[in-house]
Design a binder for this molecule. Structure first.
Ligand code: NI
Length: 153
């Protein structure tokens, strides 16, 4: 494990400590590790649109809006290769919350999520996308090890 020493001016360090404690971190190392992971994920998503990801897509809609529920279901069926599972919660008398777990190339998952989020009547759509390493990225000619699992750092 490498140790990093970071120099921060007093004001920045103080602000970081306040926010870190608000977010429930007990030490700076874990907070900084999560910031770095976040940055690496962002860069991977920007640079590797063909790379694979796992993602959650959540959104709210009113089931009173005619055709909306069935058109959303149709969109999911059209992209059944991307949708692993969908959970539907009847939030209150009018609103439904759906959370879909998606898996596929970053490009396709984003395109699909944007399509759902932009659908008229769909509100508060949010995609949380995590790039995953494909087994090929671990391939080593010397190794007979067959890697099945995707890894997240
Ligand atoms: Ni419902």
């Amino acid at each position: 494990m490498e140790r990093l020493t970071i120099s921060l001016n007093d004001q920045l360090a103080e602000q970081f400590d306040v926010v870190m404690h608000k977010r429930g971190y007990f030490n700076r190392s874990e907070a900084v590790r999560d910031l770095i992971r976040d940055l690496l994920d962002t860069v991977r998503v920007e640079e590797h649109a063909e790379g694979r990801c796992i993602a959650t897509l959540s959104y709210i809609y009113s089931h009173h809006e005619s055709e909306l529920a069935s058109s959303l279901t149709a969109v999911h069926h059209d992209h059944h290769d991307l949708t692993l599972s969908t959970m539907h919660v009847h939030m209150d008398h009018d609103n439904c919350l759906e959370v879909a777990i998606l898996s596929g190339s970053i490009k396709n998952v984003k395109k699909f999520a944007n399509h759902i989020i932009a659908t008229r009547g769909v509100r508060h759509g949010k995609l949380h996308l995590l790039p995953v390493e494909t087994p090929q990225e671990h391939y080593s000619p010397d190794s007979s090890l067959h890697v099945h699992s995707a890894a997240i750092a």
